[in-house]
Design a protein around this ligand. Structure first.
Ligand code: HAM
Length: 433
């Protein structure tokens, strides 16, 4: 911008924060369409909606996700209110849903409780491909059952949703990280193995070894990959009950025709998981570093971590809507509510503008979406806009028409025009193609 046209403000014009985007037009509708279709599928599978606030107590996440995790240590947006409360912008949805389950007495309802949600989440991550600081998830949670069919239900529903946008290179990666019976022994073995390789580990892994050894398997640093390949795997340490549970989950997936791969190094970045963890990855041809489109798992101990006196078995997952919508070659879904304008409403003269609300209301009741320009006064300027927008019809209300109680309907491609009584407008609109 040349310096003489700069707005005269004190200091710099405020900019959108890094890693955040404005969603508009087709992009906005693509998000809305996908979230709507996902909700519809979830409803047919017996889930009901929940919406939790975007701000929660910071301690909800530190207790649920775990202190030595990237999300809590580095990525949470936190703030202190004027009253002195410490709040966080939600980095994920599972802990809030579990809080809401107790706050709203959902334990008194028939179990399990099956919930779906969608909306924005916030992580102060470094922005890069498929990684935003405000991103959108569609999540499912089944709370109150330890049965393996619940995992299968979540994964199957996700593959159906992803199938709706034509994603067919999907890989379900799955693993079991055991429960409180078998995980401690595995964690000890893993730490012992990594201690032997201490001097070759990256700085982050040295830290993980002290604070959260399971996260060692999450390391993406090239220096640690060979060590990781030789590490003991959680599956070989599963107790009999965990082994049986994992086998059942896999059997369900096979029966439902969901192809999967066991990824022995999948542990996921949140501490609340037990037993099953999974990610759904799109491996489009030519993509070398596939991004997880969805992730989740079982979290049988989360309720207790949040203060419940009993464990409450639960499982869930979330789809990253931004990643789905940026996957190459996806089919976008139009939302149900938003329709492309069928009519460009042209108002000529002050007299016409006075009557315009009456006409627009007739159109709304007839469910005919319109586009219009409130500021333009000339016919040619408004017809030009209608043409640019590719709207098939124009409805012209001039001074003469306003006084006579009529409007002119113009077919934009044939340029033929009809004068219609405003009282008969609704019936005439029924015949529009
Ligand atoms: P998550 O794996 O952290 O799990 O996130 C789920 C999905 O959200 C990811 O697979 C990814 O597609 C998307 N996602 C995560 N971070 C970003 C980001 N910075 N930018 C864009 N997309 C992102 C959870 O959040 C768990 N609450 C899932 C869950 C529900 N587990 C049990 N129930």
């Amino acid at each position: 911008m040349p310096s003489n046209t700069k707005p005269k403000t004190k200091g710099e014009t405020p900019k959108i924060p890094r890693g955040m985007r404005d969603l508009m037009g087709d992009t906005f509708y693509a998000y809305q369409g996908l979230a709507e279709r996902a909700a519809e599928i979830a409803l047919y599978y017996g889930f009901t909606a929940i919406e939790t606030p975007m701000l929660e107590a910071e301690s909800l996440f530190t207790r649920a996700i775990g202190e030595a995790t990237d999300i809590v240590d580095k990525e949470m947006y936190t703030l202190k209110t004027r009253g002195g409360d410490r709040l966080a912008l939600r980095p994920e949805g599972t802990a809030p849903v579990m809080r809401a389950y107790f706050d709203n007495g959902l334990q008194t309802q028939p179990q399990p409780v099956m919930l779906y949600y969608s909306g924005p989440f916030f992580r102060h991550d470094s922005p890069q491909r498929g990684r935003y600081r405000q991103f959108y998830q569609f999540g499912l949670e089944i709370i109150g059952t330890g049965k393996s069919i619940a995992e299968a239900m979540i994964i199957k529903t996700f593959t159906l949703i992803l199938g709706e946008v034509g994603l067919d290179n999907l890989h379900v990666e799955i693993n079991s990280i055991g429960d409180k019976e078998c995980r401690p022994a595995y964690r000890r073995e893993l730490a012992a193995y990594y201690r032997k390789h201490h001097k070759n580990l990256c700085a982050d892994c040295r830290e993980r070894l002290k604070t959260n050894p399971l996260r060692l398997l999450d390391c993406k640093n090239p220096a640690c990959q060979q060590i990781k390949q030789g590490a003991p795997t959680p599956v070989s340490y599963l107790c009999a009950a965990c082994k049986k549970h994992f086998k059942e989950v896999l059997e369900y997936l096979e029966t439902m025709g969901v192809t999967y791969e066991i990824n022995h190094q999948l542990v996921r970045g949140l501490d609340y998981y037990s037993r099953t963890v999974f990610e759904i990855v799109d491996r489009a041809p030519g993509e070398d570093t596939p991004l997880a489109l969805a992730g989740g798992g079982r979290y049988d101990y989360l309720a207790r971590a949040l203060g419940s006196r009993k464990d409450l078995p639960a499982v869930g997952g979330a789809i990253g809507l931004d990643r789905v919508l940026s996957a190459p070659g996806i089919k976008t879904i139009n939302p149900r509510l938003i329709k492309k304008p069928k009519i460009f409403f042209i108002q000529l003269s002050f007299e016409a503008k006075l009557h315009s609300f009456e006409v627009i209301e007739i159109l709304r009741r007839a469910r005919v979406p319109i586009a219009q320009s409130l500021s333009k006064d000339s016919l040619s300027a408004q017809l030009g806009m209608a043409e640019r927008l590719g709207v098939p019809y124009a409805l012209i209300l001039g001074q003469k028409e306003a006084l006579e109680g009529t409007v002119i309907l113009r077919n934009m491609s044939t340029r033929s025009q009809d004068t219609i009584k405003i009282d008969h407008l609704a019936e005439n609109l029924k015949n529009l193609k």
